[in-house]
Design a protein. Structure first.
Length: 141
């Protein structure tokens, strides 16, 4: 089952001065804040974390990340056998992954010193009101 996340493709322009990476089709009008995640190593899994109301956009600044995504079926007691979608994102791909409200994510860095830029459509004051977490092993079969 394919989930309802989407990829917004970027590109790169290169000339004698260097290069510019861009994602011109990424409409940032809904963005209220951003943060950068750098895992301590490539073994640690961050997640599961989900948001009922907030949506997120992920962009790899450097290195690569493996992301698992799922749509939460019941916020108080979600099934632990939900279908999981998987995507690997590399900084060289210049892709923004959009994760709509209602989805959970778990991810890990695939390369040391990888950095993941995350955009959110609500301010930090709202974050604690819409934050659901489960241990990494909860949804993995």
């Amino acid at each position: 089952m394919k989930l309802f996340t989407s990829i917004i493709q970027g590109s790169v322009a290169t000339d004698h001065r260097g290069q510019i990476r861009f994602v011109n089709e990424f409409d940032m009008s809904e963005i209220k804040r951003f943060y950068i995640i750098k895992n301590s190593d490539i073994e640690m899994i961050r997640g599961w974390r989900a948001h009922r109301i907030e949506q997120r956009w992920f962009y790899v600044l450097s290195g690569a990340f493996s992301l698992d995504l799922l749509c939460i079926d019941n916020w108080e007691n979600p099934s632990n056998s939900l279908p999981i979608d998987h995507v690997d994102l590399y900084s060289s791909d210049m892709k923004v992954l959009h994760v709509p409200p209602g989805y959970g994510t778990a991810f890990r860095a695939l390369e040391p010193n990888s950095e993941l830029l995350v955009f959110a459509d609500y301010g930090i004051d709202h974050a604690k009101l819409d934050d659901y977490t489960w241990p990494p092993e909860y949804f993995f079969k």
